[in-house]
Design a protein around this ligand. Structure first.
Ligand SMILES: O=C(O)[C@@H](CO)OP(=O)(O)O
Length: 207
């Protein structure tokens, strides 16, 4: 029986994560720490005996770089990989490039938290998590999931909010449930799915 393996990993720390800037569709690369986190993610996957048949990532450098470093650690540098903007970070609109603390000072802690973590409140000119889900989910259902269900061991390297959108579906979280869900940089989450595409088991490789 095939194992229906799906691993999700948020990219390692980016230059703009370090500077505390809203990033969205802007395209900074990883910091040195981010490079280390990505390599460590690869080592952890290797230590769990995992290799992959296929990988997916976004159109953004930080996710692609993370994937490359993981695949190098796994000894799978040539793995077939699809890149698609459906997996890009949520578009932060007018907040992109702003400092998160400056934004809190200007609009208040609560409003900024709502923009960052709520399900359906978009930041000015940007995408809500619901909007992000509306483009990430069809891609997952049409391009990623069928392979997983056929037994293709699948690695997805993407972003905090595009992955939160997929996790909301996988883990059947409510809009209240997703509000509290944070994703650490460079920490793989290993899902094994049932034949009906629901989650059989989940293992978070934190620590
Ligand atoms: O700035 C961003 O694009 C994201 C991820 O780094 O930030 P947040 O955690 O605030 O959604």
């Amino acid at each position: 029986m095939s194992e229906r393996l799906l691993v999700l990993v948020r990219h390692g720390q980016s230059e703009w994560n370090l500077k505390n800037l809203f990033t969205g569709w802007k395209d900074p690369d990883l910091t040195e720490q981010g490079v280390s986190e990505a390599k460590e993610a690869g080592r952890k996957l290797k230590a769990h005996g995992l290799t992959f048949d296929v990988a997916f990532t976004s159109e953004l450098t930080r996710a692609q770089h993370t994937l490359k470093l993981i695949l190098d650690e796994l000894g799978q540098p040539g793995l077939p990989t699809s890149r698609n903007l459906a997996l890009n970070e949520r578009d932060y609109g007018d907040l992109s490039g702003l400092n998160k603390d400056d934004a809190r000072a200007k609009w208040g802690e609560e409003q900024v938290h709502v923009w960052r973590r709520s399900y359906d409140v978009p930041p000015p000119g940007g995408e809500s998590l619901k909007d992000t889900l509306a483009r990430a989910l069809p891609y997952y259902v049409q391009e990623i999931l069928p392979g997983v269900l056929r037994g293709q061991r699948t690695l997805v390297a993407a972003h905090g909010n595009s992955l939160r959108a997929l996790i909301m579906v996988l883990e059947k979280l409510t809009p209240e449930g997703i509000l509290k869900r944070e994703l650490a940089t460079g920490v793989p989450i290993i899902y094994r799915l049932k034949a009906d595409s629901t989650v059989e088991s989940k293992l978070d490789l934190a620590g």
